[in-house]
Each structure stands twice: as structure tokens, then as C-alpha cells.
Design a protein around this ligand. Structure first.
Ligand code: SAH
Length: 238
């Protein structure tokens, strides 16, 4: 079973939205598990102090290395990857998500305030992961996003396995456009190729559209796609 352990000051935020829909069903069905631990339970003073003023001065508070390390040691001694949600971390990618989903699970530390004492990151070898170039008020929503992305890749969680392999990023391209009934919506029809029944043509159209959208919207992905090593044993999709 894929195991997620969350360390947070707000354990009541979990499973939150992941208790619903496919992830929620899979959680109840035992395809993955989630335990959220309150970092504050590892404070030693009677006020339950978890943060203190930054060395060197400046605004805000910093999460204490001693309290957080105790929380990590109590919850996460089993070799699962230890992630720290962090605005300055490596940007999360679908490849990293797929990697995590194939493994035993993850231990995820959620920061608050200005962040956590650098020594805890080093001493507990936390891998800093960002979900984008913007600043959240805490790591919990970032952790939920990361978990959502991982859980849907666990075998048996999604209705059709195929929908995990043909979507945005899985081959370095954004996904092609989708259509469904009605055949005409506010005067706009569906591209004829999609209703013509020629699967080869449909595949080629989708590939061309995925390439067009990637070129137009994400020059960074397009450049990477064009310079990717070609795999000669795999027939080209077009
Ligand atoms: N002072 C920090 C921001 C702290 S925000 C900085 O400038 O980088 C408080 C917490 O929210 C962080 O410790 C982190 O756990 C989480 N967080 C904020 N933005 C995030 C992002 N883009 N990705 C992942 N976690 C984020």
C-alpha cells in the first residue's frame, strides 16, 4: 500500500479534498493510506512552542529545528522519500510524481511562517519541492496537490489506466483538445476527423494538436521535446 505521512501544524486539513472522489474511494478501499501528525505534539514546553524569531532579525517566525526533527524521527524512519514543501524547492514535475507514485509512499513536511530552520532540512535530508513560482501561506495545500498527483497514478485508482499515459506532460507535450456531445454547441461543430472513425487519422490529428499547443503555450517544453533523445524501438506516434 502507498503510504503518505504528513507532518503539519494543521493535521485537520487532511485528507480534506482527497477524502472525496477517486482519491477518497481509493483511500477507503486501502489502495493508499494517509496519516497526518501534529508537529506541535513534539514541542517540549507547556505552551507548545514550535517557532521562534529569526536569527539575524527580520519579520516573521521560523519553525524550530529541534521540534520538527523530533516529529520527523517519530513518524518517518522507514526509508520513504522525505519531502519538504518549499517555494524555493525543485519545481514538481510529472516525471517526479510518477517516480514517487511507483515507490512506497512519501513523508511530507509542511512549513508555516517564514519557513523552517535550515539545520532541520540538512540534518533530516529533506528534499525541497515547490509546486510553482508563487508563495503559499503554508505547505499543506502544496502537499495536497502533490498527493493528488501521485495518488491518481497508483494502479487501480483511476477508472481507465490509459488516461494516465496519454495526458499532458507524460510524453513531454501538452494534451490535445477534447470534445464530446452535443455535435453542435453554440454554432461550433466537432473537428470532422474525430467523428470519421479513422483511428490512424485521429491519432495523427491529436499528435499534431498536442505539438501545436505545446509550441504556442510552452516554448520551454517545446524546446525540451525537440531535443529529447529519440527511442528507435518505439514507433513514432504520427
Ligand atoms: N519565506 C518563504 C515562504 C514561506 S511560506 C520563502 O520566501 O520562500 C510558508 C510555507 O508555505 C513554506 O515553508 C512552504 O512549506 C509552503 N510553501 C509556500 N509556497 C510554496 C510553494 N510554491 N510550493 C511548495 N510549498 C510552498
Amino acid at each position: 500500500m502507498w503510504r503518505a505521512t504528513i507532518l503539519t501544524l494543521f493535521p485537520e486539513m487532511f485528507p480534506g479534498p482527497l477524502g472525496l472522489s477517486l482519491a477518497g474511494k481509493a483511500l477507503v478501499g486501502g489502495l493508499w493510506s494517509l496519516d497526518a501528525h501534529d508537529i506541535r505534539a513534539h514541542a517540549t514546553d507547556r505552551h507548545g512552542t514550535v517557532d521562534d524569531t529569526p536569527a539575524g532579525g527580520g519579520p516573521g517566525m521560523v519553525m524550530k529545528a529541534d521540534v520538527l526533527s523530533r516529529a520527523i524521527d517519530a513518524a518517518a524512519g522507514d526509508g520513504r522519500p522525505r519531502l519538504l514543501m518549499s517555494a524555493r524547492g525543485a519545481p514538481l514535475t510529472q516525471a517526479r510524481v510518477a517516480d514517487l507514485a511507483k515507490g512506497p509512499g512519501a513523508v511530507i513536511v509542511c512549513g508555516r511562517f517564514e519557513g523552517i530552520d535550515e539545520r532541520a532540512i540538512a540534518a533530516r535530508q529533506l528534499e525541497e519541492v515547490s509546486i510553482g513560482d508563487y508563495v503559499l501561506s503554508g505547505g499543506e495545500i502544496a502537499a495536497l496537490a502533490l498527493l493528488d498527483a501521485c495518488v491518481r497514478l497508483i494502479p487501480g485508482v483511476m477508472g481507465k489506466e490509459a488516461s494516465g499515459t496519454e495526458e499532458s506532460f507524460s510524453d513531454g507535450l501538452l494534451e490535445y483538445p477534447h470534445y464530446t456531445r452535443p455535435a453542435v454547441f453554440e454554432g461550433h461543430g466537432i473537428p470532422e476527423i474525430l467523428t470519421g472513425g479513422d483511428h490512424g487519422k485521429v491519432r495523427a490529428w491529436r499528435q499534431a494538436e498536442a505539438e501545436r499547443l505545446t509550441r504556442e503555450r510552452r516554448p520551454d517544453l517545446w524546446a525540451a521535446y525537440q531535443s529529447r533523445p529519440k527511442n528507435p524501438s518505439k514507433p513514432c506516434k504520427t
